[in-house]
Design a binder for this molecule. Structure first.
Ligand code: BG6
Length: 523
């Protein structure tokens, strides 16, 4: 691979030898994965391709099997055939026929409703048989890719037939739960209580797919594997932080779910809280699951609760109208499939948060997320304070621009630092220049769905990148006051931003009032 100009060649990048890696590159434990909701999109687009990629990377045990469960009537053979068609579309690279053949031979299917109690004794019998056939040591994990109303009852039924029982300590039983984890603080607490009445916290893996993204995990490496950033990572040097999760897509075929959730519930207590906590937490004392999660939880608890007045002055909601996306006319949210024509659900949210601790006092964290925006980008902007003294004031330089460091999460993956440089010429003039690190230039790209690491972690019992009950609840605490005020005061001006824009003008005003601006750019 050619070394990009001005960048370190690959050989100079130190990669830890395998023996020093926290998660040795060993295959997952022998086990059976049971997927509830196996006929859905998540299974074919993410889970199966991720497992296949793990098999290809030899990170899946040879003693492994999958049982898919869904209400669609289908035989095991039909399920295998369907997945064999889908894998070609979603693997992200050429499918190796030998590996796929090995893989499909371990896939089984049960057609059933999740609330049919007779499913669970039947599942237990099937698991016992497959456990013998595939020597999986009675290690089972259950992936709940279902509608959220089934989470609690599935785990209760699994426990009732003894499938959550780890007594004897010779085997493990785990449950992975997809979002949404609750609909608000109260329902999240109730769900935690229900789950913890039939399983222990260490058996519950609450997944947030943002933590499976390499660039999100890289925030930790960037902050804590380098000595030069941490000393300036605080209120003395940082003016504010901006987090943007912008999508160009609309709600697509998910109108009925999305209309009951909205942008705030869909993105903020989960994905955006992950980005905030990793960016702002204190260094953990070790990389053990609870050391890291304790620090994340602490920062979530330190986010200043918003009063009703704060909600009015520090939050903005929006809904997209029709507009132009990628040069094509697109309909407004209210015209989307399964969305009521008078819907008041927000598809955009912007907020200004404060973190009440020594490191971040007076440093605003601005966040925004929305659908049908001008560009697809997830990024964290760290804006540093301006230089304290305007040395160049008797020159044509009027304003010094502040330095910006941007952690690019997706689709661009990397880190850039913007700083001022002298524009060549006889007169003193400054121009903004960028220093860029681009992941792909150094490490190439690998086919990844973002679920590989998380599934593998579950198979080796590493819960570091999964949410603990207290973290989920802390995320809901932040958004609860907003949900309450918004519910009491329904929006009257929806739709209030055209598709293809950067959201409602109130989101710009939120920063302009503080003399700041969002980092916007053209696609
Ligand atoms: C999901 C939300 O959790 O995350 C979606 O429900 C959103 O509405 C998606 O589009 C964004 O994920 P990603 O990985 O595409 O940034």
């Amino acid at each position: 691979m050619a070394t990009p100009r001005g960048k370190l060649p690959m050989a100079q990048v130190e990669v830890l030898p395998q023996t020093q890696q926290r998660t040795p590159g060993r295959p997952g434990d022998p086990c059976i994965m049971v997927i509830f909701g196996a006929a859905g999109d998540l299974t074919r687009r993410k889970l199966i391709p991720a497992l296949y990629n793990l098999a290809k990377a030899q990170l899946l045990s040879r003693e492994f099997a999958i049982i898919g469960i869904a209400h669609t009537a289908m035989s095991t053979e039909e399920f295998r055939n369907k997945l064999s068609e889908d894998i070609r579309r979603f693997a992200g690279s050429e499918v190796d026929p030998k590996i796929w053949e090995w893989f499909t031979q371990r896939i089984y299917y049960i057609a059933s409703e999740f609330d049919d109690k007779s499913l669970y004794p039947k599942l237990k019998t099937t698991l016992d048989k497959l456990d013998k056939d595939h020597s999986t040591h009675q290690n089972f994990f259950f992936y709940l890719a279902t509608a959220p109303q089934f989470f609690g009852q599935i785990v209760e039924q699994l426990a009732a037939v003894g499938l959550m029982d780890e007594s004897g300590n010779h085997h493990w039983r785990r449950v992975i739960i997809e979002k949404p984890f609750g609909h608000d603080l109260e329902s999240a607490r109730a769900l935690n209580k229900q789950l913890l009445s039939c399983a222990s916290e260490k058996q519950i893996y609450r997944i947030d797919h943002y933590l499976g993204k390499e660039t999100v995990q890289n925030i930790l490496a960037f902050r804590f594997a380098n000595g030069i950033f941490e000393p300036i990572w605080n209120r003395r040097y940082i003016d504010h932080v901006q987090i943007t999760v912008a999508e160009t897509v609309g709600v697509e075929s998910r109108g009925s779910y999305y209309d009951t959730a909205g942008a705030l519930r869909d993105m903020v207590p989960n994905h955006i809280m992950q980005l905030i906590s990793l960016t702002s937490m204190e260094p953990p004392i070790s990389f053990r699951p609870d050391a890291l999660r304790d620090e994340q939880a602490k920062i979530l608890h330190a986010i200043q609760p918003l009063s009703s007045e704060d909600v009015l002055s520090r939050t903005v909601r929006g809904q997209y109208g029709s507009g132009v996306e990628d040069g094509h006319p697109v309909p407004g949210y209210r015209q989307e499939e399964d969305v009521p024509p008078d819907s008041r659900t927000e598809t955009f949210v912007a907020m200004k948060l404060a973190i009440d601790n020594w490191r971040w006092a007076d440093v605003p964290f601005y966040l925004r997320t929305g659908k049908r925006l001008a560009a697809q980008t997830t990024e964290i902007v760290i804006q540093f304070r301006r230089a304290p003294f305007v040395l160049f004031r008797d020159t044509p330089v009027e304003n010094l621009m502040p330095n910006q460091m941007v952690l690019h999460i997706q689709p661009q993956e990397g880190i850039s630092l913007q700083f001022a440089a002298k524009v060549p010429g006889p007169i003193m003039r400054l121009g903004a220049v960028d220093m860029n690190f681009n992941y792909a230039d150094y490490f190439g790209t690998q086919p990844s769905t973002g679920y590989e690491r998380l599934l593998h972690d579950c198979m080796i019992g590493d819960a570091t990148l999964f949410q603990r009950a207290d973290m989920v609840e802390a995320g809901w605490c932040v958004v609860s006051p907003v949900l309450d005020v918004w519910k009491a005061l329904p929006p009257r001006n929806f739709p209030n931003y055209p598709s293809g824009s950067w959201g409602p003008k109130e989101a710009d005003e939120l920063l302009e009032r503080d003399g700041r601006h969002w980092r916007n750019f053209d696609r």
